[in-house]
Design a protein around this ligand. Sequence first.
Ligand code: SF4
Length: 285
Amino acid sequence: MIVLRILKECLLTCNYKERNQMIIAWFSCGVTSAVACKIALSLYNDVHLYYIETGSGHPDNSRFLSDCEKWYGQPIHTIRSDKYANVEDVLTKKRYINGSTGAACTFELKKQVRYKLEKELGSWDGQVWGFDYDPKEINRAIRLKQQYPDTKPLFPLIEKHITKPDAMGMLWKAGIEIPAMYKMGYNNNNCIGCVKGGMGYWNKIRKDFPEVFNQMAQIERNVGATCLKDKDGRIFLDELPTWRGNPVEEIIPDCSFICQIEFQEILDRQVEQVLKGEISINDVD
Ligand code: SF4
């Protein structure tokens, strides 16, 4: 029983002082964050679970969140922007989609909401993130730690060597159905019609959620910006050839609450050391 083994290990390796720390655990309706929250609850006594509602996720998310609350035996607090209702609202009002400083929707619907909560809480001993045990995810975790040390990030899945398929298996063993977007073949549970998606992703959205595709195509025209670009420049969704891109090969990172993690495409030298077990994710600098 992998779940029991991991939870037992967590309890054994955690001392009294750690257990009494105040921890924020970010639940995103993704499979990895769901398991990271479960592990956090086994490690610490004072864990506060938070979910940021963007208003643009799949309706099945509320079922998944409620199943996980039962699994945790604890409520997940849902917080959201008090300025914007959803992704469409942000892009239309800000007249901006995505760029070098990150996506407008991540900034307004996630980062600003997280800032507000952090201000209200004042202090914490750690924030639990659902990055899993995969070279790219380890790299993102290292970059996050380097760029946002004040969040005091914790990555229990990397520490315990838990991959995304492992997390799915753990949910299956707990009797929790994974969120609908994974079942439809998406590699994460970002908003439906994520502005960070590639050409294959958008062609899949065109088939699975035609109304979302058409709405985003209209927004692009209204604001004069695009989600997609290639070497020749911008590609408006209403001009995207149906044959372009491959949704299976395109891996869009989960939309974290950090707006833009710089250098996430460049592997830090410490990734290999973490993978080889030479250092812990907690020891990277
Ligand atoms: S998941 Fe995608 S669409 Fe939703 S807030 Fe994040 S970047 Fe924007």
